[in-house]
Design a protein around this ligand. Structure first.
Ligand SMILES: Cc1ncc(COP(=O)(O)O)c(C=O)c1O
Length: 392
C-alpha cells in the first residue's frame, strides 16, 4: 500500500497534547502563546496516519465489543512479534522471559531509578538530553551527574575521559543512555557503545539504554542496540512501538532485562502491569506487518530533513544545522544571529506562532538551540518555516 503523508489530518479538537493542550504548554513553560493559529512542532509524535495493519487490528479489537482485562502473558503472538522484529533488524535474539511490559518509557525510567539506586545516589546522563531524564532522577531524590556531550563543528561526541571519572565514583550507580540521542540526533556507533559499556562494566554501573528512537534513523544510518555490543549483564534496554509506528497514545513499552535480579527488582517497582487489548493488538500488527509503512515514513521524513536543510541555507542562513543520523528531530543552532535566546524565542513562538522547544529545555548546554519535530506534512513544515523566516 502507498501512503500519502502529504495529506493533512486535522488533529485539533481531538484532545491531542500537541495540537490542543494550550494550558499544559503554558504551564510547562514551552510557550506563552498557543492558539488556533499556532503550528506546533514540539511534541515527538507524528501527524501521519498509522500503518494500515495497525488500524485494521484496532478495528477488529473494537468489534469484539468487550474491552476487559487482557494479558500478553497468555498471548504468545505478543512476544513472538517483539522477538521477530529485533531478530530481523538487529540480529538480536531476545528471550521471552526477559521482556517486561511497561505502559511508558518515561515510566520505565522512573521505575529503573527507583529499582537500581537509592536516594542521594548519582545518576549519569549526557546533556543536552530529553527533559524527563532529569525528572526521573530529581523527582526521586537522586543526583544528576552530567557527562556533557562535546560539540565540535555541529557534531556531538562523548567525553570519555569525563565518563571514566564519573563512573569510577562509587556514589554514581546508574547511567541513563539515550540511544539514538534526543535531541542531538547521534546514532552511537559500535566503538562508542562498546567504550561506554566497558567503562560502566568496569565500575559496576547499571546502564539503562532508552532505545525508543532506534528504528527511526536516516536510511543510510545503522543503529546497534547497546546489548549487542557488550557482555555487561547490567543493561536494561527500553524499546517501544510508540515512536516507531506513531502509537504513543496506546502506551506500549517493553524493557529487555536479562539479569534476573535486576528484572525482579524492576518488576517489583513497577508492579504487575498489563497492556490494554488495543496496545497488544497494535504491537503484534506493527511489528509483524508495519515494515512497509516504516520504510515509506522514513523516506518522507528524510525528505523533510532535506527540505529543512535547503530552506535554512536559503532563508535563515545564520542557522547552523546538520541532518541528524537518527530521530525525527532537528537541532538548530541560532547562536550566530547574535540574539539573546529569549529574543529568538519571542520571534519564533510569539511572533511567528510556531511552537518548537527551546534548547535550554534539554539542559544549559542547549542554550541558543531550537528543537523541531519533523514528522508532519511538508505543507505544514513549509508554512512554519516561512513564518519563522519573516522574523529574522
Ligand atoms: C528519548 C525518549 N524517551 C522517551 C520518550 C517518551 O516515551 P513514552 O511516551 O513511551 O513514555 C521520548 C519522547 O519523546 C523520548 O524522546
Amino acid at each position: 500500500m502507498i501512503y500519502n503523508f502529504d495529506k493533512v489530518i486535522k488533529r485539533r479538537g481531538t484532545g491531542s497534547i500537541k495540537w490542543d493542550a494550550a494550558e499544559l504548554i503554558k504551564k510547562f513553560g514551552i510557550s506563552e502563546r498557543f492558539d488556533d493559529e499556532s503550528i506546533p512542532l514540539f511534541v515527538a509524535d507524528m501527524d501521519f496516519p498509522c500503518p494500515q495493519p495497525v488500524v485494521d487490528a484496532l478495528h477488529r479489537c473494537v468489534d469484539r465489543q468487550i474491552y476487559g482485562y487482557s494479558t500478553h502473558l497468555a498471548h504468545p503472538e505478543y512476544f513472538e512479534a517483539i522477538q521477530g522484529w529485533f531478530l530481523r533488524h538487529y540480529s538480536w535474539e531476545i528471550n521471552q522471559e526477559h521482556i517486561v511490559y511497561s505502559p511508558g518509557t518515561v515510566e520505565a525510567l522512573y521505575m529503573a531509578i527507583k529499582a537500581f539506586t537509592k536516594p542521594g545516589d548519582g545518576v549519569i546522563l549526557q546533556a543536552p538530553v530529553y527533559r524527563p531524564f532529569y525528572g526521573s532522577i530529581l523527582d526521586n531524590g537522586r543526583k544528576v551527574i552530567n557527562n556533557a556531550l562535546i560539540m565540535e563543528n555541529g557534531h556531538y561526541r562523548i567525553d570519555f575521559e569525563d565518563l571514566r571519572l564519573k563512573a569510577a565514583d562509587p556514589a554514581n550507580k546508574l547511567f541513563l543512555l539515550c540511544s539514538p540521542h534526543n535531541p542531538v540526533g547521534r546514532v552511537w556507533n559500535r566503538e562508542e557503545l562498546s567504550e561506554m559499556a566497558y567503562i560502566c562494566h568496569k565500575h559496576d554501573v547499571v546502564m539503562v539504554a532508552d532505545e525508543i528512537h532506534g528504528d527511526l534513523i536516516r536510511q543510510n544510518a545503522t543503529f546497534i542496540p547497546l546489548r549487542k555490543v557488550s557482555g555487561h549483564e547490567k543493561i536494561i534496554t527500553l524499546t517501544a512501538i510508540n515512536k516507531t509506528f506513531n502509537v504513543a497514545g496506546l502506551h506500549c513499552t517493553n524493557a529487555i532485562i536479562e539479569d534476573e535480579t535486576l528484572r525482579q527488582a524492576f518488576s517489583k517497582e513497577s508492579g504487575f502491569k498489563l497492556p490494554s487489548p488495543f496496545a497488544m493488538e497494535a504491537l503484534i500488527a506493527a511489528y509483524n506487518e508495519g515494515q512497509d509503512w516504516l520504510d515509506q515514513v522514513k523516506t518522507y521524513i528524510d525528505g523533510n530533513f532535506d527540505f529543512l536543510k535547503n530552506f535554512l541555507e536559503k532563508r535563515l542562513p545564520e542557522v547552523k544545522f546538520r541532518i541528524p543520523e537518527g530521530t525525527y528531530m532537528g537541532w538548530m543552532d541560532f547562536r550566530d544571529y547574535g540574539l539573546d535566546s529569549k529574543e529568538v524565542h519571542r520571534r519564533i513562538y510569539v511572533e511567528a506562532n510556531v511552537i518548537l522547544e527551546d534548547g535550554e529545555m534539554f539542559g544549559e548546554e542547549g542554550a541558543g538551540f531550537q528543537r523541531i519535530c519533523l514528522p508532519t506534512p511538508r505543507s505544514i513544515l513549509e508554512e512554519a518555516l516561512e513564518r519563522m523566516a519573516k522574523q529574522f
